[in-house]
Write a protein that binds this ligand. Structure first.
Ligand code: SAH
Ligand code: SF4
Length: 362
């Protein structure tokens, strides 16, 4: 007999109630059906290739104070660093020489001219090294449109700015309420990235204190409505030295946050068939082979850290960041073996642009 889940999965289009019903699934067999459907859609629309983005965590300095984040400005116990140019370019060269096809530069949010000019210079130099085909993604927070334009002119083509939560009220429970942390401004920044012609990515944290299943359903609807090209989302994870940690007792167990994150990926894949979806590092932080589970639920992007190993432990957004001691070569060797078993392949040497973005351009 067909279950309610079978009926929903057979539909052309999901409505809010369908999404809520899917997100509420706890039964293993029923969740497997959702993952399987998402995986089939992924294979049909974008294939079985996993694209790599070599991640460089440029600096852990940050001007903001997001209540959930370990490297927030007010955390005095963080040993702050800024990579020198050689370190950044070495990381990028490693990614290029090993055929990753794309590089990501991520950091805390810093808005002064000397910082934004330096980033432009690094983008330019990386692009020179990697050639026209290289994808360069930025995840450097909210900036003025002029800055986004400057970085695009230098060679960046994708930008990841998570909305964190599409519920404005919840947004202010996880951010201070001031000019630097303003929901409307974040939305405007995301819109300006799209207007400037970036492949535009967003995402949310899953399992935040005070967050409901309805909030998560609305997050997915937000992504669809915004017609986003790429998504990076993952479980919210505790960090002891943050104000939000006083609500740790309200959190779902990590195993449930993990399960919910996989459901979010799978449902989004069913809703947006040709976008790029990352299997986030946070997934890996709370479950063995978390990333691979993400791929089997419909994700198609992995972001291996190519930064110098010395910096990794200092870029702790949450407790127990995985892979702090693992070097990039052994990471890839391991990944290749695991993907082989799953019937997935790495898309070597190509940028792996969002198909959705490409069809949006036409
Ligand atoms: N400063 C930039 C980029 C770096 S932070 C920005 O904020 O956009 C990248 C992402 O890490 C954030 O968007 C947030 O979603 C995630 N993050 C921060 N703290 C986290 C935590 N405790 N658990 C899970 N994800 C977290
Ligand atoms: Fe800074 Fe980003 Fe962390 Fe917010 S989430 S404190 S902007 S690094």
């Amino acid at each position: 007999m067909k279950t309610r889940i079978d009926q929903i999965l057979a539909k052309e289009k999901l409505n809010r109630l369908d999404i809520i019903t899917l997100l509420s699934v706890k039964d293993t067999q029923e969740s497997e059906k959702i993952f399987k459907k998402a995986y089939e859609i992924k294979k049909e629309y974008i294939g079985n290739k996993v694209y790599l983005r070599g991640l460089i965590e440029y600096t852990n300095k940050c001007e903001k104070n997001c209540l959930y984040c370990g490297i927030r400005a007010a955390n005095k116990s963080v040993d702050r660093y800024v990579m020198d140019e050689k370190t950044v370019l070495d990381g990028a060269r490693y990614a290029i020489e090993n055929d990753y096809g794309s590089v990501v530069i991520q950091s805390g949010e810093i808005c002064n001219d000397s910082y934004t000019d330096k980033i432009a210079e690094l983008i330019y130099k990386i692009k020179q090294m990697g050639g026209q085909g290289l994808g360069i993604t930025l995840s450097l927070g909210e900036q003025k449109p002029e800055v986004y334009q400057k970085w695009k002119d230098a060679g960046a083509n994708r930008y990841l700015l998570r909305i964190e939560s599409s519920n404005e009220e919840l947004y202010y429970k996880i951010h201070p309420q001031n000019d630097k942390h303003n929901y409307q401004k974040r939305l405007e920044a995301l819109q300006s990235l799209k207007d400037l012609g970036y492949q535009t990515g967003t995402g949310v944290m899953i399992g935040l204190p005070f967050q409901t299943i309805e909030d998560l359903a609305n997050d997915l609807i937000f992504m669809k409505k915004f017609d986003i090209d790429m998504v990076g989302m993952g479980p919210y994870l505790e960090h002891d030295q943050t104000p939000l940690s006083k609500y740790d007792h309200l959190l779902l167990p990590q195993s449930q946050r993990f399960h919910l994150s996989l459901l979010m990926i799978a449902i989004l894949r069913i809703m947006m068939k040709d976008i790029n979806i990352a299997a986030s590092t946070a997934l890996q932080a709370i479950a063995t082979n978390g990333r691979e589970h993400g791929l089997m639920a419909g994700a198609n992007i992995i972001m291996p850290n190519v930064s110098d190993l010395n910096y990794k432990p200092k870029y702790q957004l949450y407790n127990n960041k995985p892979g702090i001691t693992e070097n990039s070569d052994s990471f890839i060797e391991n990944l290749k073996n695991k993907l082989n078993i799953l019937g997935e392949e790495i898309g070597w040497g190509v940028a792996g642009n969002s198909r959705h973005f490409q069809s949006r351009q036409k």
